[in-house]
Design a protein around this ligand. Sequence first.
Ligand code: GUN
Length: 298
Amino acid sequence: MNTADASKIIDGRAIAAQIQTELTAHVAELKRRGVAPGLAFVRVGEDAASKVYVGRKEKACAELGIVSETHVLPDATSEAELLALIGKLNSAKHLHGILVQAPLPKHIRESVVFSTVLPAKDVDGFHPVNVGKLMLGDDTGFKPCTPAGVVELLVRSGVPTTGAEVVILGRGNIVGKPMAAMLCQKGRSANSTVTICHSATRDVKAHCLRADIIVAAMGVAEFLKADMVKPGVVIMDVGVNRVPDATSKTGTKLVGDVDYKNLLPIAGKITPNPGGVGPMTIAMLLQNTVRAAERAAA
Ligand code: GUN
């Protein structure tokens, strides 16, 4: 890779590490006041990716000095049993945050589960109260970690968002919709003109071609190609897709939602995958948990 291309890569690992370092002072201050930030993870079933994600989040908590506990429930757990556990975690004084890892088994309604977590402990930002606050531009709520991480990457990489044409690929509740709400708000690190493209969009390429910033979060392997963007575009790749790969030992590999190799020469900036948005999701979870503990201690 030439140096010009190397300088375009947004290093999510380095920026996440910087945020974690900033948070250490907050955790130390909480501990001086006798408060140990506590976070509960809940995982239902044996989804392989969820195991990896929760494992990474547990490790990041331990590194920062957040006390975490993980509750693993069998696939056959009923919705009522899961809600009963969340009720207990809601009233546990030593816990400031609760994260129920998605996806949940099909027989459990995610919306009911996310609505049961106390808004004050909802470090995922999925409770309707926190979703509503995000829509209203009320910063007292918790923001979902992945889109919050994308905003932080844009800000810390010096990408101007005011007046920018942003195209978001995907309309999911975890990334696409909250991403749009964050970037169209009035205020610093927002103020963008936002378009959401989805499976019924007539001409995705036409939208992408006029975008200054593209956030790819629709879960289709290497969907965004070099002929769909204008030179200098900033590309944030949220996708994690497992695809066949005859050259790897496992027979598969992980790729994002963008054709990274061919977009790198055209883009102004681009997130690598892995090492871009992923580490930021964890950094934002740590930040939300520290904030939850600070509010509980105030
Ligand atoms: N599954 C994929 N992303 C997320 C996330 O940010 N939080 C939770 N709880 N589950 C997820």
